[in-house]
Design a protein around this ligand. Structure first.
Ligand code: SF4
Length: 351
């Protein structure tokens, strides 16, 4: 968001008004370079803009050099406890480190990581997780949003002590309400860019809903600069969900915005099949347009007129709209194909 500090993760800007960047995390063994690169390629194709890899051992840190050489998006090394792995990942060209300085031991180890990251202009994300807070903070604040915010501030101070300021923050809880409160508290107290998400959000359906509520609420309040939708699923699903969330709240658009009605007793056609068919056929189009697929003549013409393109179905026939005007009246069975053809022709002529 505009009022946050801006950092650069490789060639992707985060914060300070830059577009909200979409992240995910690989599920492969990072030391298996071929499998990791294959997964990063799939994620990149799906729209991932920054990818995090787990670095639990030396082989994973060493693999970063080849993974960087074989991929195109910035790589983040996820490290817990062992600061030598952070130093090795930095040496091997990683674009960002996720590490909590309070977990890596004495001040000299923190200094070593801060100095190495500073020398290469690499940001560090402090990632506070509601499930692993420091005992004294839990003693003082319980397992609360305040405890998460306090923990983040403590980690920040450990880096600031060594004059390190290239920081991004996350305070994720597995509870939607706590996640939202923790980020709000943090935003009041720092201007570092914020990485949003609900942790351990569950499987695809419920996990997407939890993330959409937390991330959506925060972004609509002007809080947040990058995000990951954590799901127990293929990480490509995380990217699809992230894009849908950003598109739904109007912050980014990645292709068509489909407006379609829920149907009611006035609907004379199989609108479910029709809407899905239109959506599927227009999926390759990356131009940001709004397309309305409406079930009857009550609300249909209004929505179809307001969209860039639309159809309003009636009894046996329907209307095709283009840029606010009725373009054709035709039998129902021809409507979907006519709509798709019209859009493809129009889009191709302007790109
Ligand atoms: Fe019902 Fe027509 Fe509204 Fe669709 S557009 S929900 S069919 S009234």
């Amino acid at each position: 968001m505009k009022n946050s500090k801006q950092i650069a993760v490789g060639n992707v800007l985060v914060g300070g008004g830059a577009p909200i960047a979409i992240q995910s995390m690989t599920t492969t063994k990072t030391s298996d370079v071929a499998a990791t690169v294959r997964q990063i390629d799939r994620l990149t194709m799906a729209g991932c803009e920054i990818i995090r890899v787990a670095v639990p051992d030396k082989a994973s840190a060493l693999a970063i050099e080849q993974i960087k050489a074989d991929t195109t998006i910035p790589i983040v090394a996820d490290i817990h406890f062992d600061h030598t792995l952070a130093l090795l990942a930095i040496e091997r060209g990683v674009d960002k480190i996720r590490i909590n300085p309070g977990n890596i031991g004495n001040a000299q180890k923190v200094r070593a990581v801060a100095d190495a990251a500073k020398a290469r202009n690499i940001p560090i994300r402090i990632g506070v997780n509601g499930g692993s807070l420091e005992p004294d903070i839990v003693q003082a604040h319980g397992h609360t949003p305040m405890a998460m915010a306090e923990s983040a501030l403590r980690h920040i101070a450990l880096l600031n002590r060594w004059d390190f300021d290239n920081i991004c923050l996350s305070v994720k809880s597995s509870t939607v309400a706590d996640t939202i409160r923790a980020y709000r508290l943090l935003r009041e107290r720092t201007s570092y860019p914020l990485h949003l998400g609900v942790t351990e959000a569950g499987t695809s359906y419920m996990g997407t809903i939890k993330n959409a509520i937390a991330i959506g609420s925060l972004l609509l309040d002007g809080i947040g600069d990058t995000l990951r939708v954590s799901l127990t699923d293929d990480p490509v699903e995380e990217i699809r969900a992230a894009r849908a969330i950003l598109q739904a709240i109007g912050l980014r658009q990645f292709g068509i915005n489909l407006v379609s009605c829920p149907m009611c007793g006035r609907c004379e056609i199989d609108l479910i099949t029709l809407a899905k068919e239109v959506e599927q056929k227009l999926a390759p189009i990356t131009v940001p347009i709004t397309v309305a697929v409406m079930g009857c003549a009550v609300n249909g013409p209004g929505e179809a007129k307001a969209a860039d393109y639309g159809i309003a179905c009636g009894k046996g026939e329907g209307l095709l709209f283009c840029k606010g005007q009725i373009s054709h009246k035709m039998p129902l069975e021809n409507l979907a194909d006519a709509l798709v053809d019209l859009i493809k022709k129009d889009v191709m002529s302007t790109t």
